[in-house]
Ligand binder design. Structure first.
Ligand SMILES: NC(=O)C1=CN([C@@H]2O[C@H](COP(=O)(O)OP(=O)(O)OC[C@H]3O[C@@H](n4cnc5c(N)ncnc54)[C@H](OP(=O)(O)O)[C@@H]3O)[C@@H](O)[C@H]2O)C=CC1
Ligand SMILES: O=C(O)C1=N[C@H](C(=O)O)C[C@H](O)C1
Length: 251
């Protein structure tokens, strides 16, 4: 049985995770952490880790990029791992998280769906062939009108995966309105669309002369992310300290 503390339990993803875990005989949510106290849950909910003394095997985090230190301190004090799904983390926060992964196992992925993990590999393969052939690379992501960070964590992760193939020589272009110049070869354009209830779409566009190749992932429900997060929560306990990715679990 995997005992989970769910940070962000009263949010959109937190509620989907709670439903999935309730139907799972091998996992249970033993506590929730949320600054918002707008719901009645089937487990105790605390406003912060400082007020929580519940023992667990792992933390799942779908909240906001604030007070990350508090969560890391709690996990270190209990010697448990974190499945870190929150996006929009700053460089400084990512550095603190990397540091903590020397003491505890941390599973971080901006997108917990299996599909994104697969298309990341396809996109890298396509980049390997098409960048040399002169194709321009652009990423377009679309999300619901409640999403506050832009571009999405997944779009940035896809850009990083592409840039890895390109020896990290490409720059990211988030906004073309400021400069009246043609795009340079060594850039990856990243655009964000926000509207309605779009769950999450990521499209990588390889635009060449007279032809375009597009690789796209569409999430039709938040359950694809939640299932991946619960699977990661079962995978992590007992693992040595370190940074884990979707590929570690899938391999
Ligand atoms: N890795 C992945 O696969 C996915 C990642 N995400 C990411 O997960 C995060 C949450 O998404 P979503 O559920 O849609 O967002 P919501 O805003 O619906 O939920 C977040 C919840 O966390 C609460 N919260 C905010 N700050 C804290 C804090 N310091 N401690 C505890 N709780 C806090 C919020 O309260 P309040 O509303 O009062 O601020 C809210 O209840 C986002 O960063 C999103 O990008 C989302 C889907 C998939
Ligand atoms: O906020 C969301 O909803 C999502 N956020 C993640 C991201 O920023 O990449 C993943 C997913 O697309 C849904």
């Amino acid at each position: 049985m995997t005992n989970i503390i769910l940070r962000g339990c009263n949010g959109k993803m937190g509620q989907v995770i709670a439903d999935i875990v309730e139907a799972d005989d091998d996992a249970v949510i033993v506590a929730g952490i949320d600054v918002s106290q707008n719901r009645v849950a089937k487990f105790p909910v605390y406003q912060s880790f400082q007020k929580c003394n519940v023992k667990a095997d792992v933390i799942i985090d779908f909240s906001a990029p604030v007070n990350v230190e508090e969560m890391l301190d709690f996990a270190k004090s209990q010697g448990i791992g974190i499945v870190l799904c929150t996006t929009g983390l700053s460089k400084e926060q990512l550095a603190i998280i990397d540091e903590a992964s020397r003491e505890i196992p941390i599973f971080r992925s901006a997108n917990m769906s299996m599909g994104i993990n697969l298309i990341t590999k396809l996109v890298q393969e396509a980049t390997y062939i098409l960048a040399d052939a002169g194709y321009d690379i652009e990423i377009v992501e679309r999300h619901h009108n409640k999403k506050v960070d832009a571009p999405s964590g997944t779009a940035l992760a896809l850009a990083d995966a592409i840039n890895q193939v390109l020896n990290n020589e490409y720059e990211y272009k988030f906004d073309r309105s400021a400069d009246r110049v043609a795009r340079s070869k060594k850039e990856i354009g990243i655009s964000a669309v926000r509207g309605g209830t779009i769950v999450g779409e990521h499209e990588v566009i390889f635009a060449g002369t007279d032809e375009v190749i597009e690789i796209k992932h569409t999430a039709y429900s938040k359950a694809v992310f939640a299932k991946g997060a619960v699977q990661a929560a079962k995978f992590l306990p007992g693992k040595p300290a370190g940074m884990y990715r979707m590929s570690d679990m899938m391999d």
